[in-house]
Design a protein around this ligand. Sequence first.
Ligand code: DON
Length: 307
Amino acid sequence: MKTPVPDYLDEVLDSLRGDTGGANADYIPELAAADPERFGMALTTTLGRTYAAGDADTEFTIQSISKPFAYAAALIDRGHDRVLEAVGVEPSGEAFNELSLEGETHRPKNPMINAGAITTHALLAGAGAGPDARVERAVTFFSRLAGRDLRVDERVCASELASAHRNLALAYMLRTYGILDDDVPSVIEGYTRQCAILVSVRDLSVMAATLAAGGIQPVTGERVMDPAVARHVMAVMAAAGMYDAAGDWLTRVGIPAKSGVAGGIVGVLPDLVGIGTFSPSLDSHGNSRRGRLVFERLSRDMGMHLF
Ligand code: DON
């Protein structure tokens, strides 16, 4: 017999299945081929209870949703001051793949846009770490957050790497400004591998619930990060997680969130819940269209707006 919460979640998905607007990301060829009908969601409370509906165990690449979690790892590995020296915390008001550097320091404006996330990736695993150690750090850290062993989708990774000219260009600009000092192609390969880690909405909800719980993974009980790191990451998600739609999202939905071009969205309400949604079709900002509608419903029906 079903409990009322999954019934409600099924009803939310069913009410939005008719929405067929938007389009899959096509600048990564493998993502263009994803089944647009896939649709799932999961919620995990800070007590570690998960409620899921639809395609809750379908795996998809984490893409930009890796950014807040890699940022947390960089803060742990390098400390707040070093990370802040390299990447700012201001919303960019521009698309995710714009250069968006600060005028004087040339820091990328925040770690949620590609320029900031590429810089963040290069900070993983401590000073002097090589490309393999950085990727390994992302995979093992995300696995601890999800509570299971995650892996890279090699096809999606290869597909993106074959057309990663824009990210390479961003990284070469960062290198000319001295923000990056590593070999650019290996940083982009590592960052692209980080983006190609496979997750389900169930994983995303647990990863986000770990932030919501102040850094304690609520299923395994492991402390994965300090509360100060979790708070900082959630605040940056609120300010910049949805790129040039961040203000609209925060006022309308009111749940700090991060989207990915494969169609995932992760949301987090401090002390309460982590949320993951998946539907591949994107709006003009690169955010999942049906995912956004799910978050709007949750915010409205369950009073989840932060303010
Ligand atoms: O770097 C890229 O362009 C992709 N690997 C990730 C971009 C992304 O997910 C943007 N989000 N909505």
